[in-house]
Design a protein around this ligand. Structure first.
Ligand code: NI
Length: 157
């Protein structure tokens, strides 16, 4: 993994032996998967779910896109902030392999008990990816549910 230590910028002004550090750079990786879901609160009846979620209470599918942004400084030896192949491997191993061509309401143990909105999925993905990266380096996880809808954790919040 490339050097993602973000503390250099804070110490550069007081430690005169440290050369001025380079700016923080953002890099991003996109992965996609297909999955079925339905918006359904298991605590509610079918009628109540239909009233709350409309057509989305019925089982249907999406071509999801997950977009990960990582922040750090450029490693002088590699020229990378992070090796995007390694980032891709993490996203696939922690998320895509478990959710691709699955029913998100029934087939994914770590989504159990969550209403599978884009918001809740993005949050679950964020939690699973963040633990694999250097502390503080994961900037955002954005999940596109359709071409018109996305939910994002991190970012400008
Ligand atoms: Ni949907």
């Amino acid at each position: 993994m490339a050097n993602l230590d973000l503390t250099d910028m804070d110490t550069a002004s007081v430690d005169h032996k440290t050369p001025t550090s380079s700016p923080t750079v953002l890099v991003s990786r996109r992965e996609s998967f297909n999955a079925a879901h339905q918006l359904r609160d298991p605590k509610l009846s079918d009628e109540e779910n239909a009233r709350m979620f409309g057509k989305c209470a019925n089982l249907h599918g999406h071509n999801y896109i997950i977009e990960i942004v990582v922040a750090g400084q450029i490693d002088k030896s590699t020229g990378y902030v992070v090796d995007l192949k390694q980032l891709s491997d993490i996203v696939c191993r922690r998320v895509v392999e478990d959710v691709d061509h699955r029913n998100l309401n029934a087939d994914v143990p770590w989504l159990e008990g969550r209403i599978t909105t884009a918001e809740n999925l993005a949050l679950a993905f964020w939690e699973r990816i963040r633990t694999e990266l250097p502390e503080g380096s994961l900037r955002s996880v954005r999940l596109w549910e359709t071409e018109k809808n996305w939910a994002e954790i991190g970012g400008h919040v």
